[in-house]
Design a protein around this ligand. Structure first.
Ligand SMILES: [Mn+2]
Length: 343
């Protein structure tokens, strides 16, 4: 806050509220000054907030959030808000409620703090990843020609939740056949048929943290081109994973995979970034893509997920999560990565 010349900070987004305070309810606003921190919530959450957010002074607000913020902000001339999260309507109301304050964007303050995970966070993420790896292996038995994409999605969610996940970390992608060329093809009622690629991209929400795993497999008997594409994606993925180390930019890691896919002539079919950080949210910074200048640091947890998507044919994506370590990288995902064929 000092660096950014902010006297006060207003935080509303749930992941940031949780990260800073430990509060898990759905309604809270943090008001932070250099001396004090307040958590404003309504009657429903008072007791919970006292327990979870021990370092915050809890204030009850019912329909008077803006008045209370106005009172707390008296005497201050600047306030940081989360531009990435606040609606235009709330922004206007806040500007009226805090007439003496300049409103500045402070989205980066907390998201930058969240980039490097501490030991406790890494431990939770490891568990979230293990749950996901186990769910993947378990689900393999259930995949047979005739099962629908939605049924697979449901089975995956059962498998995750039976292992302690509180839910899914995003809308699962289960895309078979030509649909596997859709990088974000969410599960539909389509049946899985023999002779089809099957991509699923899913993850657990576990103790508020997210995991993310993608595997592509084949049902029936693959043609040489299926194997060829799979091997190229795998080579690109493993090369990029192996290249990760502190000091590299997201752009540099992205280039490792992009170069390999390009070398085989499929560059135009890899139209998205290589990966993203993961934590309380499924997509965090830094990213791995052609524009990312942020530098990798030990403690960051990122996905590496190159893909090749050929319209009217199908697609392959392989995704692992990895921890940037002091000297390099530790791949956290343990799910098998060879070309799995279900016959
Ligand atoms: Mn991902």
């Amino acid at each position: 806050m000092l660096e950014k010349e902010l006297q006060t900070l207003i935080i509303n987004s749930s992941p940031n509220v949780y990260y800073l305070s430990g509060f898990t309810g759905t309604n809270a606003t943090l008001f932070i000054t250099l001396e004090n921190s307040y958590l404003l919530t309504d009657f429903r959450y008072l007791e919970q907030a006292e327990k979870e957010a021990e370092q915050y002074e809890i204030l009850r607000v019912d329909n008077d959030l803006l008045e209370t913020l106005g009172m707390l902000a008296k005497g201050f001339s600047s306030v940081g808000i989360e531009e990435d999260y606040i609606s235009w309507a709330d922004f206007r109301l806040m500007r009226e409620a805090l007439p003496a304050c300049v409103l500045l964007d402070a989205s980066n303050i907390v998201s930058e703090m969240r980039q490097v995970k501490d030991e406790a966070e890494v431990e939770i993420l490891r568990q979230a990843i293990t749950i996901t790896d186990q769910a993947f292996v378990q689900i393999l038995e259930k995949i047979n020609p005739g099962i629908t994409e939605e049924e697979i999605g449901l089975e995956l969610e059962f498998a995750l939740r039976r292992r302690g996940a509180s839910g899914r970390s995003f809308e699962f992608i289960v895309a078979s056949g030509e649909r596997s060329a859709l990088p974000h093809g969410v599960a539909t009622a389509k049946n899985i048929n023999r002779g089809e690629l099957l991509t699923f991209d899913f993850g657990a929400k576990y103790k508020w943290y997210c995991s993310d795993l993608t595997r592509t497999l084949f049902v029936g008997e693959p043609k040489p081109k299926h194997r060829e594409i799979y091997e190229i994606v795998l080579e690109a993925q493993e090369a990029a994973l192996g290249a990760i180390k502190p000091g590299l930019s997201g752009k540099e890691v992205d280039a490792v995979a992009r170069e390999i896919i390009g070398k085989f002539g499929y560059g135009e079919y890899f139209g998205h970034g290589l990966g993203h950080s993961v934590g309380l949210e499924i997509h965090e910074t830094p990213r791995l893509n052609t524009k990312e200048n942020r530098i990798l640091e030990p403690g960051m947890i990122i996905t590496v997920e190159p893909g090749i998507y050929i319209p009217d044919w199908g697609g392959v994506r392989i995704e692992d999560m990895a921890l940037v370590t002091k000297n390099g990288v530790e791949v956290l995902t343990q799910a098998p990565k060879q070309f799995i064929i279900i016959d």
